[in-house]
Write a protein that binds this ligand. Structure first.
Ligand SMILES: *Cc1c(COP(=O)(O)O)cnc(C)c1O
Length: 383
């Protein structure tokens, strides 16, 4: 029995149903040696699976070489990773490194304000979105119920209905600097934007001289079957934020912007103690090298199509949505929470993304046998 007292932790999460002590690939182990198939991946973080040897080796070697110096000084790894990310994004941009998704969005919001200038600072985002838990990113998050306890929130945020071009058109006045959207709303229920919506948003942003900023914190780095979801949805953003999968579990985030937009920041406008440090960027460098060698976008597309097809045939699943390996299964027979609890008992980790849908976000290196096993467990749970 693993007994840990959580008394000294703030209660920002409910009591956990299980305590994990080890992971490898798509599998996790609890203190009793019981094995679980992980289709949550730390919420789309461990895209290369747990304890990936290339990432572990890179971390160990970097920890013995140079772990951290201030951003007042130059280092080797960060600039290399920035160039690699810029290449994956099609080039012509620059990167700011930070430590989380919320921080990547904070950078984007501050950049939009600096770019827009005084009086042109409003960021428009969508209802149902999730952009983080800091005060500014919480306000950008289009879930008013989450705002109430923390009012007053920073000024300068406005929300519009998702997938409604007319609503966005009406919301963009001369005070607006940027539109911030997820190409697939992750926490909001795994709702992909249509290419038509994003194309119309791009056109509108161009007409009104407003930045299009895409939050790819959850969708970025191969998960949706492209390096970035916007690439398969056919739109070119001005700013892209990312985090979750970039370090395969090592905290790192990044905000990329087109060079002309990034130029709005002058030295002193934004900064971070840890962001871009050698340890975190060494993890990211190893992650990107494995991702490119394995062609994870193609793997996510293939494994996603297979999983999607199998899920659609499970009795009790009424619909499957998402892109690549960021999927949600709509369950008609039982509440999502019950399904998630029963799946855990049966050795599968999934999470409820709405009252009626579960999210599946396995490692992008997941095997056919592992997806078959996940579908077998869900079939058993739902029967
Ligand atoms: C997880 C997430 C965030 C917040 O990331 P943190 O690292 O928890 O701050 C922001 N945006 C999206 C789309 C996310 O999925």
């Amino acid at each position: 029995m693993t007994t840990v007292t959580r008394d000294a932790l703030m209660r920002t999460y409910p009591d956990p149903p299980v305590t994990f002590v080890r992971g490898e690939g798509s599998w996790l182990w609890d203190g009793e040696g019981r094995r679980y198939l992980d289709f949550v991946s730390g919420l789309a973080v461990t895209s290369l699976g747990h304890a990936h040897p290339a990432v572990a080796d890179a971390l160990a070697e970097q920890a013995r070489t140079l772990l951290h110096v201030s951003n007042l000084y130059g280092t080797i790894v960060g600039p290399e990773v920035a160039a690699a990310l810029d290449r994956l994004l099609g080039g012509g941009g620059q990167v700011f490194f930070c430590n989380s998704g919320a921080e990547a969005n904070e950078c984007a919001i501050k950049l939009a304000r600096r770019w827009g200038g005084h009086g042109r600072h409003v960021v428009v985002s969508a209802y149902g979105s999730f952009h983080g838990r800091t005060l500014a990113t919480l306000h950008a998050t289009g879930q008013p119920a989450k705002h109430e306890a923390f009012q007053p929130l920073p000024e300068g945020f406005r929300h519009v209905a998702w997938d409604d071009v007319g609503a966005l058109e009406a919301a963009i006045d001369p005070t607006v600097a940027a539109v911030l959207l997820e190409p697939v709303q992750g926490e909001g229920g795994v709702n992909p934007a249509t290419p038509e919506y994003l194309a119309a948003v791009r056109r509108l942003c161009d007409e009104r001289g407003v930045l299009l900023m895409l939050d790819e914190v959850q969708t970025g780095l191969g998960r949706t079957g492209a390096w970035f979801a916007h690439q398969r949805l056919g739109v070119r953003p001005d700013v892209v934020t990312m985090a979750k999968a970039l370090g395969n579990g090592v905290p790192i985030g990044a905000c990329w912007a087109r060079r002309e937009v990034a130029a709005a920041f002058a030295p002193g406008d934004h900064a971070t103690t840890f962001g871009g440090q050698p340890l975190a960027t060494a993890a990211a460098r190893a992650v990107l090298a494995v991702m490119e060698a394995e062609d994870v976008p193609a793997r996510a597309e293939r494994a996603g199509a297979r999983l999607r097809g199998a899920l659609a045939r499970v009795p009790g699943v009424s619909a499957v949505r998402g892109l690549g390996l960021l999927l949600a299964a709509e369950i008609s027979s039982r509440p999502a929470r019950e399904v998630v609890a029963a799946a855990l008992q049966a050795g599968l980790l999934v999470n409820p993304v709405t009252d009626s849908a579960i999210r599946l976000a396995p490692s992008l290196l997941v095997t056919d046998d592992e997806t078959d096993e996940a579908v077998r467990i869900l079939t058993e749970v739902l029967s």
